[in-house]
Design a protein around this ligand. Structure first.
Ligand code: MSP
Length: 518
């Protein structure tokens, strides 16, 4: 049997600014997905990286007073460090200034030219550097001072007139619509899919795919006066990283990608332009583009000018890495917008993590430590209540997997917490502390059922909270090589008599520093 493969990507981030919560969010969501699939036996490729060409980056480099290459080297490093700091399990980190990428973009360009989908013309229209996007008049709104901004993003636009190569996007309308029709889950969530379909139904204009006004980019093959439009350059990263233009090797192994994870603001580039470029080049489009929502900060739109950006490193230093990972993926249905607030974060940390999951583990493990000779107890005959809890634990992986496959991460965590809650209710019902005197055999069975349930919970919690779940598995003496999902079967159940280390808390409560001082 061949190992199933899974290829997941984050957007590549512009190196014009410091990493913020938006970057951390997408990367963490992909990391959770990649870890889940690896534990589930998939051969996973998880890609992230930086988008280093284009006007926006060139302008930031100029403002910083250094040449663009040195500037991008410096800022790209911050993104790589952040991925490491967040314990991301990415298999590759791509930079669009790398030689492998230049080769790939120029090869894709050549294919588009050969297909007759690129022609030379002249562009006269609006351009927003912030979005690196061209806009039509109808997509703009006039501000009181007479300048125009893009309705969708609020980005300022400027009038541009220059020679330009165009991609015949207009010729792809019907084929794109047929593609969406044949692949109903290509764009998720559904509401986003509907928006894209109506946009394409509204008609497509040919797309300007080169710029002459700047030189910070990849030259158009055979015409040095032009650099490739930064979005065509950037999107190509997803195939560069699997070895394109070589279409054997990793390309054959991983392409088409299973999911491109993106924010809702960059969906159109991924769901309209990208599949059109690929199909025109005779390559397969990705299997899915998932658009997630945006975070606000204490109900306010996050913006540099408001000074309320959230630094992911500070966030993690304040609340803990696994806590932040859990919060971001649990707090809002993935795909919706969400509001970050200190109160909501503390509520999740102290409620879901410390009280529900942490206390469960702590109670069970300390009772075992005190009353079962510090060993996994030996179970007797099982009751219906015991079996119900074990069955709920055993069924969680399939339920989580189904949610993960449609990127419903919040739902996957809800399935996990249903088992946590069921286990807590079971402890209260069975009251093992009372059984200690009245029926010690029964107490051992109850504690065994709980320990085995904890083993399932900890294995399944690894994708979202790798460190805490790993520590819980240490406390259950589960060997490093027995922690993947294949070990969720009865054959790997905890063995009676297995010595357990001294229990310690895995999910600390968050206490406000002021409250502590008081
Ligand atoms: N370079 C392009 C992507 C090219 S992919 C081929 C780009 N870069 S970016 O640095 O601007 O990426 C930002 C990512 O962060 C986008 O997916 C965007 O949706 C996301 N977010 C930016 N602000 C955000 C929030 N406040 N909340 C959540 N995500 C947000 O676009």
């Amino acid at each position: 049997m061949t190992t199933p493969r899974y290829y997941v990507t984050t957007p590549i981030y512009y190196v014009n600014a410091q990493p913020h919560i938006g970057h951390a969010y997408t990367t963490l969501a992909c990391d959770m997905l990649a870890r889940f699939k690896r534990l589930d036996g998939f051969d996973v490729k998880f890609l992230t990286g930086t988008d280093e060409h284009g006007q926006k980056v060139a302008t930031s480099a100029r403002a910083a007073g250094i040449d663009p290459q040195r500037f991008t080297d410096r800022v790209s490093r911050n993104f790589r460090d952040l991925a490491e700091f967040m314990a991301c399990s990415n298999d590759d980190f791509i930079r669009t200034t790398e030689a492998r990428h230049k080769t790939s973009v120029q090869a894709l360009w050549a294919r588009l030219v050969d297909a007759g989908d690129i022609y030379l013309g002249a562009y006269a229209g609006w351009y927003a550097t912030r979005d690196e996007a061209f806009y039509t008049e109808s997509e703009l709104e006039k501000r009181p001072d007479g300048t125009y901004v893009a309705k969708a993003s609020g980005a300022e636009v400027e009038w541009v007139e220059e020679p330009s190569y165009f991609f015949r996007l207009s010729a792809w309308q019907d084929r794109l619509l047929a593609f969406y029709e044949a692949n109903p889950d290509f764009i998720l969530p559904k509401t986003r899919r509907n928006e894209v379909v109506s946009f394409v139904q509204g008609g497509l204009q040919d797309l300007s795919v080169s710029r002459t006004a700047l030189d910070w980019g990849i030259s158009v093959p055979g015409d040095d006066a032009h650099v490739v439009y930064v979005w065509l350059d950037a999107l190509t990263n997803y195939i560069t990283a699997v070895g394109f233009p070589d279409t054997d090797g990793d390309y054959a192994r991983y392409w088409p990608a299973d999911v491109h994870m993106v924010g809702k603001d960059i969906l159109r580039f991924h769901a309209v332009y990208w599949p059109a470029f690929l199909m025109a080049a005779g390559l397969r489009p990705p299997r899915r583009v998932f658009a997630h929502g945006w975070w606000t900060n204490e109900s306010q739109k996050i913006s540099k000018s408001l000074g309320n950006t959230i630094d992911p490193i500070k966030l993690i230093e304040t609340y803990g890495l696994d806590q932040v990972r859990y919060f971001l993926l649990r707090e809002v249905p993935f795909g919706n917008d969400g509001d970050f607030s200190h109160a909501a974060m503390v509520h999740r940390i102290n409620g879901d993590l410390a009280n529900d999951f942490g206390n469960l583990a702590q109670r069970v493990l300390s009772m075992i430590h005190k009353n079962c000779d510090k060993m996994v107890p030996s179970p007797g005959a099982m009751t219906e209540d015991d079996r119900a809890l074990l069955d709920a634990a055993a069924g969680a992986k399939a339920r989580m997997g189904a949610a993960i496959d449609v990127q419903a991460f919040h739902e996957a965590l809800e399935h996990l917490w249903n088992v946590v809650r069921a286990a807590n209710a079971y402890v209260d019902r069975q009251a093992p502390w009372a059984l200690r005197k009245t029926d010690p055999d029964r107490m051992r069975t109850v504690l065994y059922v709980l320990a085995e349930t904890l083993r399932h919970l900890a294995i399944l919690a690894q994708p979202v909270m790798p460190d805490s779940a790993g520590r819980m598995l240490d406390l259950l003496a589960v060997a490093e090589d027995s922690r993947d999902f294949a070990c969720l079967d009865a054959g790997h159940a905890l063995c009676a008599g297995l010595p357990l280390p001294k229990p310690e808390g895995v999910f600390p409560r968050y206490v406000d520093p002021e409250a502590e001082d008081a």
